[in-house]
Design a protein around this ligand. Structure first.
Ligand code: ZN
Length: 122
């Protein structure tokens, strides 16, 4: 952490990042909901033997496999981050929930009712 420190707050666009600790500009995002359409109707997670299988899947180049495994390792570790995915269109606005994302580390914080709930303050 640098000498300067600004506590994260809902009304600031620059504060000490709760993820990387750097004093950095923060981008704010509204959140929208997109129904999960996986066959099981529940959120998708790839872990354990399925992730090992993915890491050897010859359908993907070694570089793509590495990216996919790195992605699932972050998700499985409980990280919340912004990632490019297929474009969606949704009119289901998630009222009362916003994200802030750090310009330094690109990781996200989740805010409910104006209070940061992720990452958890230690
Ligand atoms: Zn950061």
């Amino acid at each position: 952490m640098t000498d300067q420190s600004i506590k994260p707050a809902f009304n600031l666009s620059r504060f000490s990042c709760p993820n990387c600790g750097e004093l950095a500009d923060q981008a704010w995002f509204n959140t929208y909901a997109n129904p999960i359409t996986s066959p099981a109707g529940v959120p998708l997670r790839i872990a354990g033997t399925d992730l090992e299988r993915l890491s050897r899947n010859p359908q993907f180049t070694p570089e793509v496999r590495e990216q996919k495994v790195a992605y699932w390792n972050r998700v499985n570790a409980g990280q919340v981050f912004l990632d490019r995915w297929a474009p969606i269109q949704s009119d289901l606005f998630v009222a009362g929930m916003e994200l802030s994302a750090c310009h330094n580390c690109l990781q996200a914080a989740i805010w409910l009712g104006g209070e940061m709930i992720y990452p958890a303050r230690s």
